[in-house]
Design a protein around this ligand. Structure first.
Ligand SMILES: NC(=O)c1ccc[n+]([C@@H]2O[C@H](COP(=O)([O-])OP(=O)(O)OC[C@H]3O[C@@H](n4cnc5c(N)ncnc54)[C@H](OP(=O)(O)O)[C@@H]3O)[C@@H](O)[C@H]2O)c1
Length: 317
């Protein structure tokens, strides 16, 4: 089979589509013929060697954390799935930018028939990131005011819609070219970050979701409501020490919090998203679709940081 491969860390454009061995289902695994795979920032960060402590698990490295396709073979111990089933799945760290992938059956969900393979592939990582950030970390609920910084990218387009589903007033921060899309997704207010700094607009929010992320808890503290939460997609020492410092001030009445996303793939969360997408109340936004031969360039474009919704690699008809 063919796959996008990397022999060493470096420029995502240096990936080559090569023939590699067909996978076989290991214990508890299914082999899926991939129809569409989605690109994520994690893919280019792994390729560039930017995720600390993470070297290529094996060479050649095949990126791709999620895809949708058709079950082609199963380990005898797998139940509940059959050859020919249309599925959507997360792989973990890589492997999805290939014609076939072996994946644990526990990471596989049925693709709703109402969704195309491209739409289904666009949902898992970005959708679950948005859901877990807003519902679990932000505690977002009806009547809250939410601002999404980086609203037009993979996670942002889900965050705007999930914010509306949860009953919040949503301000979307994105470049002007994405405002029409975000208006159509239900954003209540739009900010072009190239013209206006949302942290200096004199407004306060219950949840600041810094998707890009380009801000900090310190910079956003004064625009948080007294119980407000700043949620960043970049865990690390900054958010860790900010959350400890906030907790130390809690006995003196300081209730603002800092939280950092550590995405946990959860079947129930993916089910929540797929159900709403199939019902038409949540839209998977596919900004660009490319064939496998152009996946390396598309990964490089994503690394530039200005993508719209999800980039999909169409691998089979
Ligand atoms: N911690 C975790 O578990 C976890 C899980 C998943 C993802 N992530 C991280 O989350 C981040 C976002 O992921 P994503 O999939 O949404 O990325 P993405 O698809 O690349 O989207 C980023 C968006 O930010 C916008 N943007 C760029 N600079 C901006 C700025 N200065 N102000 C406002 N918006 C700006 C871009 O478009 P415009 O500039 O045109 O508006 C783009 O739409 C990545 O760093 C990713 O690694 C973390």
């Amino acid at each position: 089979m063919r796959a996008l491969t990397y022999e060493k860390h470096g420029d995502p454009r240096e990936g080559a589509v090569k023939k590699v061995f067909d996978p076989r289902p290991g214990p508890g695994q299914v082999v899926v013929r991939v129809v569409a795979a989605a690109l994520n920032p994690a893919d280019w960060k792994i390729v560039e060697g930017k995720l600390p402590f993470l070297v290529f698990p094996k060479k050649p490295f095949v990126p791709g954390c999620e895809a949708a396709g058709v079950v082609e073979a199963l380990d005898a111990r797998v139940s509940g799935l059959r050859e020919g089933d249309e599925v959507v799945f997360s792989t973990g760290l890589g492997g999805a930018l290939a014609e076939k992938v072996a994946v644990p059956a526990l990471q596989v969900e049925r693709k709703p028939t109402a969704l195309s393979f491209e739409e289904a592939a666009a949902i898992p990582a970005a959708g679950m990131s948005a859901l877990q950030s807003l519902r679990d970390l932000g505690g977002l609920r009806a009547g809250h005011r939410l601002v999404v910084n980086g609203a037009g990218g993979g996670i942002g387009v889900f965050a705007v819609q999930i914010g509306k589903i949860l009953g919040a007033h949503v301000t979307a921060v994105a470049s002007a070219g994405k405002h029409e899309l975000l208006d159509g997704l239900g954003a209540d207010a739009l900010v072009d970050y190239r013209k206006t700094d949302f942290t200096k607009a004199g407004e306060t929010w219950d949840v600041v979701f810094d998707v890009v992320p380009s801000r900090s808890f310190g910079a956003c503290s004064r625009i948080l409501s007294p119980d407000g939460v700043y949620v960043t997609t970049l865990p690390g020492p900054g958010p860790f020490f900010a959350s400890v410092a906030a907790a130390l001030r809690a006995p003196f009445g300081f209730r603002k919090r800092c939280r950092a996303l550590m995405l946990k793939p959860r079947p129930e969360d993916l089910g929540w998203l797929l159900e709403r997408a199939a019902a038409g109340t949540l839209r998977a936004v596919v900004g660009k679709t490319v064939p496998l031969d152009q996946a390396a360039c598309a990964l490089s474009d994503l690394a530039a940081g200005h993508g719209t919704g999800k980039t999909i690699v169409k691998i089979a008809a």
